[in-house]
Design a protein around this ligand. Structure first.
Ligand SMILES: Cc1cc2nc3c(=O)[nH]c(=O)nc-3n(C[C@H](O)[C@H](O)[C@H](O)COP(=O)(O)OP(=O)(O)OC[C@H]3O[C@@H](n4cnc5c(N)ncnc54)[C@H](O)[C@@H]3O)c2cc1C
Length: 395
């Protein structure tokens, strides 16, 4: 593919850059992700909705922007550079494409507008205790009762379910010998009686994930997406989109820039750490890997623009992207040394306290610990390697 920017692309970049500068919710600058409220998560999303720019990758007929691959790339780069809070993936990147690909007209009409406007917050009910990597082992059961399903089960690691209005959920509806053939894809209103959301506090002290218990939850059968027992195809399609989105190339570029700044400010034996050949080599290695990943992502985007969905290649993006994200946080901790250690947990926004060490050291450990998740969620990196071995390399 051609990755030269045309004058039109450069004009588009200017347009995007000024839109972001004029409309970005500046009060959210510098706030750690763990401190964001529901409104904070939605602030940029709602601004983009007004402009019609929430879902660049959707087909135009459903609310997409009709941008070229290069324009989408520029859009991601400019948002990363400005540090905006991207619309959460559960609606825009995951469920939306499922609904316009597999949903019926009624589902398209009520689900897609709520995703675009940000009015409906979706969470992902896939994993269960005992069904993570081996997702087809899931036991949450939906039994047909007249016009409804009665759902019983236990989901886990459900990201931001504490804010969710609805959950897209994998449920067992059949007992075929091939486990994948008894799974269905159901949309569940989180306000339905019988649903309990219980927080899980992670190693960085944050409340990002939850357990969701479903006890005799009555779900109208019209909220089944696709056919009963055929949900596995949809589940895999959604995971492909989830994985491509995790690569986060533009944001890693920005994070490496910040790491460079930190390394210029930190001293080692009286000289800036950035002048240490050992440390600057590590940053250079990161940049080389990131550039290689960027070109792989561009190739994927190019084939998507020709109508090919993300295939098993998205596993490569997921592995390399998350490894790079983790290496950046590791090098940040290495750069700030002891000052990464202090942890001031859960301070209320606006508290008056002195950071220990340089400002840039604050939160380095939290971010390091939090980022361990990236090689686990969206299907662990070991599982992605299995997929590559089987589906890409044909081993
Ligand atoms: C922060 C976070 C957010 C998440 N958000 C959501 C969410 O919103 N919704 C949702 O449904 N799920 C979510 N998940 C769950 C995530 O998808 C699972 O954690 C992941 O699929 C791994 O499953 P598991 O935790 O059950 O680990 P296990 O499957 O028990 O795996 C344990 C270890 O064994 C390895 N392993 C397992 N099987 C194999 C194999 N065949 N070959 C090689 N190695 C193997 C794994 O790689 C892993 O290292 C989230 C997870 C995290 C950490």
């Amino acid at each position: 593919m051609d990755v030269e920017f045309t004058p039109e692309d450069n004009a588009f970049r200017e347009e995007v850059r000024s839109f972001i500068a004029e409309n970005k919710p500046a009060h959210l600058d510098g706030i750690e992700r763990g401190d964001l409220t529901k409104e904070d998560f939605l602030a940029w999303h709602k601004t983009l909705h007004k402009k019609g720019w929430v879902a660049p990758s959707w087909p135009e007929e459903y609310g997409g922007t009709g941008w070229s691959v290069t324009q989408k790339y520029i859009w991601n780069e400019e948002n990363a550079a400005a540090g905006t809070i991207a619309p959460l993936p559960f609606g825009v990147a995951m469920l939306g494409p499922v609904i316009y690909t597999f949903g019926n007209q009624e589902q398209k009409d009520w689900v897609l507008p709520g995703i675009l406007s940000g009015e409906t917050w979706w969470c992902q009910g896939y994993s269960e205790p005992g069904a993570g990597s081996d997702l087809a082992a899931l036991k949450t059961r939906a039994v047909r009762d007249g016009d409804d399903y009665i759902v019983n089960g236990h989901k886990i690691w459900t990201t931001l379910a504490q804010y969710a209005d609805w959950m897209f959920c994998l449920v067992r509806t059949g007992d075929s010998e091939k486990r994948q053939e008894g799974i269905s894809f159901l949309l569940i209103d989180m306000k339905t009686p019988g649903i309990t959301v219980r927080p899980i506090i992670t190693i960085d002290g944050g409340h990002e994930v939850n357990e969701v218990f479903l006890e005799d939850v009555r779900v109208p059968a019209k909220h089944l997406v696709g056919e009963e027992n055929k949900g596995w195809t949809i589940a895999k399609f959604l995971l492909g989109n989830e994985r491509s989105g995790i690569a986060g190339v533009a944001r890693s570029k920005k994070a490496i820039e910040r790491l460079r700044e930190i390394a210029r400010g930190e001293l080692e034996d009286g000289s800036p750490l950035m002048e240490s050949p050992a440390f600057s080599r590590k940053i250079a290695e990161l940049e080389v890997d990131l550039t290689a990943l960027e070109y792989t992502e561009l190739r994927t985007l190019a084939s998507e623009s020709k109508g090919q969905g993300p295939g098993p290649e998205s596993s490569i993006l997921k592995i390399k992207g998350t490894e790079i994200q983790q290496r950046i946080t590791e090098l940040t901790v290495e750069a700030v040394g002891n000052y990464a250690a202090p942890w001031v947990p859960q301070l209320e926004r606006g508290d008056n306290y002195m950071a220990i060490g340089a400002d840039w050291a604050e939160g380095a450990s939290q971010t390091y610990f939090n980022t361990r998740k990236t090689s686990i969620y969206g299907g662990s990196n070991e599982i992605q390697r299995n997929i590559i071995a089987k589906m890409v390399l044909g081993l």
